[in-house]
Write a protein that binds this ligand. Sequence first.
Ligand code: NAD
Length: 366
Amino acid sequence: MIFETLDTYGHEQVVFCHNKDAGLKAIIAIHNTVLGPALGGTRMWPYKSEDEALKDVLRLSRGMTYKNAVAGLNIGGGKAVIIGNPATDKSEALFRAFGQFVESLGGRYITAEDVGIDVNDMEYVYRETEYVTGVHQVHGGSGDPSPFTAYGALQGLLATLNRKFGDEDVGKYSYAVQGLGHVGMEYVKLLKDRGAKIFVTDINQQLVDKAVNEYGAEAVGLDEIYDVPADVYSPCALGGTVNEQTLPRFKFKVICGAANNQLQNDAIGDEVVKRGILYAPDYAVNAGGVMNVALELDGYNRERAMRMMRTIYHNLSRIYEIADRDGIPTYRAADRLAEERIDKIGKLKLPLGRGRTRFQGRIRGN
Ligand code: NAD
């Protein structure tokens, strides 16, 4: 049954990690290492069943292969899940035991933070293995990726405006930004700097007040955001907000934001096209975070990171070319770009997991 699933989704390796004393139950899924070692975060979540955890890690690791490939990185796709409650089940022993399993894979899988995990947890993992990114800056880590993600999303927006309207004048258009967290607020700032009209919403009123007072945004209700007369919808909170209920209400001409999994399903992606709305594929737009941590492997450098974010413009342009070339929706064109890159680079016959990515710049603490 498991091998059938791995066959369907093309995973290379799945590792079940168990340490009774440390209370560790984790699964590491390596989906694809054709482009390089598999990089993807570790999620800690109180999964209701082992089956649910397995499904999640298989889905997420495959997603990382596509995201990393479209981002142009020499990095494959992987992900890990720890079964447990992040509020009550964390301990040094748990994360060090997990780090030992990561180490045992010899660099085929490199971890990072994801939902339920913070930089302090990663510090414990780092005591057992070097194959971890997102550690404290003192160890050569890159710190909070959110400003980079927002700047990368702006690059994606420029390419998308160009495709839709034939210009890149951010200030000429209006925006509906949902979610003013780490990425959303920075994105609003970037839009404001370029003179844009911005509508905002968030469940946190303080963040809304900040966007209104500091960036001149107009606040709207949580549900009202789907109805505002803006040119661009920028989801920066939850996934699945482009769905059967919301889409018929859209007056937007473009969807471009940083949230993951914006489309409820493929059918909605097709419906978006029918309505003449241009969708900027989420995982290409929000790749700034993973680009930033991937740079840690080569020796982190902020200047280089900013330059790398600008490649998101090119990646989006390439996706739109493929959509034109093959007559397919942009969400499918993004997948195709990833598959074509993996196929072509795979045929170069680089030794497994080598490429150019290697550990260089890390100052090893203790
Ligand atoms: P965050 O938790 O800092 O911010 C999310 C914000 O959304 C919060 O302010 C929250 O109050 C708000 N929110 C939650 N539910 C809402 C709702 N129903 N309506 C309006 N607002 C709501 O998260 P973040 O780091 O800013 O990430 C935002 C999105 O971007 C997520 O989907 C995340 O997966 C994705 N993303 C983030 C990064 C990164 O570098 N942080 C990288 C890639 C993708």
